[in-house]
Design a protein around this ligand. Structure first.
Ligand code: C2E
Ligand code: MG
Ligand code: MG
Ligand code: MG
Length: 292
């Protein structure tokens, strides 16, 4: 048993280290064939207001139903794709699917912005704003019917706030969220200069609330900082009621995690949103996103 474990550990290690390992090339080849087909789907996970209970958006998360390997999660193929020419194609595919889904919801009166994860290189791609603008126009969607989530690491570089693509996105009016905040050694001064409207606190800190005093202090100071900059705070990885209560007490705006619901298929999340809306006594599902 242990020998087997050890060997599979070595295999993973080799696959990550060697850019041309057969394992890696196989997976990339499979991914290339999967793009545009039915193996890749998006799941959606709501962001829920901690005080209001209002659904403020849903995040699109990529899933790959590999014919042999079964369900493959993004952490197993996004980093690979990011180092290849495939990432661009993959992102375009994700944007196409997410925009279609956003339009379906939006035009049926379910006005929840769909958050799309983009990787660093995508954000700097000069074609990205045009691609989004064309999609939004074709589907008759306002620019705040979507949102882009970008990890802290890229937005914190000088490159990011001098990039034409970032300025074009801001002009287009697509809101940006800083993802996985707390993991990238950001300076607070920089946060203030970035064109983001939302900061997502990384799940690794959130999950230890109530167990670790240090993480409690970190999360509290991020929440305070984000509020003082006039931005919204969203906590990732909220798994328990205790953690949700703790975040609410800190004044965190919204939460996302298994405590509210796991990422679900588009059909399941539609049902979830409907039932929730009915339970909320016909309250508007997403007040902040109502078009006026
Ligand atoms: P992320 O954007 O920070 O997404 C949050 C991750 O936390 C997701 O993992 C989600 O399924 C997971 N999660 C949600 N609630 C909980 C919880 O209560 N507890 C715990 N432990 N985890 C929770 P997932 O779906 O495996 O995605 C991992 C990462 O892959 C994402 O992190 C994102 O950076 C990236 N990713 C996902 N989809 C895409 C995509 O379409 N494009 C790009 N470029 N990256 C993507
Ligand atoms: Mg994200
Ligand atoms: Mg995140
Ligand atoms: Mg994360």
């Amino acid at each position: 048993y242990f020998a087997k474990e050890a060997r599979s550990g070595v295999e993973v290690y080799v696959a990550e280290k060697d850019r041309n390992s057969p394992e890696r090339l196989n997976l990339l080849g499979d991914l290339r064939r999967a793009i545009g087909g039915s193996e890749l789907t998006l799941h959606y996970q709501p962001k829920v207001g901690l005080v209001t209970g209002v659904v403020e958006g849903v995040e699109a998360l990529l899933r790959w139903r590999h014919p042999v390997r079964g369900l493959v999660y993004p952490s197993d193929f996004i980093p690979l794709a990011e180092q290849s020419y495939l990432m661009r194609e993959l992102t375009q595919h994700v944007i196409d699917v997410a925009l279609e889904q956003a339009a379906e919801w939006w035009h049926r009166g379910i006005k929840v912005p769909v958050a799309i994860n983009v990787s660093a290189r995508d954000l700097l791609d000069p074609a990205l704003p045009d691609l989004l603008e064309a999609g939004l126009r074709r589907l008759r969607l306002p620019s705040d019917a979507i949102q882009l989530e970008v990890t802290e690491r890229i937005l914190m570089t000088d490159q990011a706030y001098t990039a034409d693509s970032v300025h074009a996105l801001v002009r287009l009016g697509v809101p940006l969220a800083l993802d996985d905040f707390g993991t990238g050694y950001s300076s607070l001064v920089r946060l203030q200069r970035l064109p983001v409207s939302e900061v997502k606190i990384d799940g690794s800190f959130v999950q230890r609330l109530g167990k670790s005093r240090d993480d409690e202090r970190i999360v509290r100071s991020i929440v305070d900082l984000v509020r003082s900059l006039g931005l919204r705070s969203v906590a990732e990885g909220v798994e328990t009621e205790e953690v949700a209560a703790c975040l609410r007490e800190m004044g965190c705006d919204a939460g996302q995690g298994w405590w509210f619901c796991e990422p679900m298929s588009a059909a399941d999340v539609t049902t979830w949103l409907r039932e929730r809306r009915m339970a909320a006594d016909e309250l508007p599902l997403c007040e902040s996103a109502e078009v006026t």
